[in-house]
Design a binder for this molecule. Structure first.
Ligand SMILES: Nc1ncnc2c1ncn2[C@@H]1O[C@H](COP(=O)(O)OP(=O)(O)OP(=O)(O)O)[C@@H](O)[C@H]1O
Length: 234
């Protein structure tokens, strides 16, 4: 499934925060969204999830999604893991992974096996409350919960926030494996170097607009990234 976004604008109430966004995520691609704090990265994911006012065009293959409800966007295969995890702390890992209700018990069991192969630690932690997991494990659980919804496009908002460097690298390897399985990934990651290592395409945002886009080797080392981050700070 291909996500094609053009002339997208979105914001909160009457204020538009992102303007004229064009991006594309194909099957198996990892597209990194880069930019300073407040550049509008999270706002783009919220707009694509259908939870804030938006205008322009969001196409999933041949289907226009701009007026589709948040719930139907998930049903169509676009799943968002917001920043800050979104797991149920009082429920066990197993319960968290059963709370997504795909409708078929057999299919659910298959999916649970699949996500446990991607994140073996979750099987070890199966009966523990999610709230007792380490930060990295909670982040893995959040991604695993999203995978239970069988996304075609997975949107991850700073999945590595607060994780130790080695755990972060492990998580990124798993994100690469998820994409290799044919899922398109739209990734927000503060660490530009790290996300450019796994991305197939990158977009750099500044003040709500795309100021550069291309393959990681076209963006890295060109000085554009440093400039966008500095301009923002200044
Ligand atoms: N719920 C909200 N209501 C009003 N304005 C908001 C809201 N959330 C974000 N904004 C504003 O939208 C702009 C873009 O924020 P956004 O969170 O998309 O940036 P970001 O690039 O994801 O940065 P960060 O890394 O800090 O999350 C900021 O100016 C922010 O103040």
């Amino acid at each position: 499934m291909k996500l094609v976004v053009s002339a997208l604008s979105a914001g909160y109430g009457n204020s538009r925060v992102v303007h004229d966004i064009t991006l594309m995520v194909g099957p198996g691609e990892i597209v990194a969204l880069l930019g300073a704090n407040g550049a509008g990265k999270t706002t783009i994911l919220r707009a694509l999830s259908g939870i804030i006012p938006r205008a322009g065009s969001i196409r999933l293959d041949d289907r226009e999604m701009i007026d589709v409800s948040a719930r139907d966007i998930v049903r169509a295969g676009v799943v968002h893991v917001p920043q800050g995890r979104g797991t149920f702390g009082g429920l066990t890992v197993g319960e968290n992974l059963s709370a997504t209700q795909t409708g078929s018990v057999v299919r659910e069991a298959e999916l649970r096996d699949k996500v446990c192969r991607l994140f073996p630690i979750l099987r070890e932690r199966w009966t523990q409350p999610a709230g007792e997991l380490s930060g990295g494990e909670q982040q893995m659980l959040a991604v695993a919960r999203a995978l239970m919804l069988e996304p075609r496009i997975l949107m991850l908002d700073e999945p590595s926030l607060g994780l130790a460097p080695l755990i972060r690298i492990e998580l990124f390897e798993t994100i690469r494996a998820i994409a290799a399985d044919g899922i398109g990934v739209l990734l927000i990651e503060q660490n530009a170097d790290l996300s450019l290592k796994i991305a197939s395409q990158a977009l750099l945002l500044s003040h709500g607009r795309v100021v550069a886009s291309g393959r990681p080797d076209e963006i890295a080392g060109s000085g554009i990234i440093e400039e966008a981050y500095l301009n923002h700070a200044g």
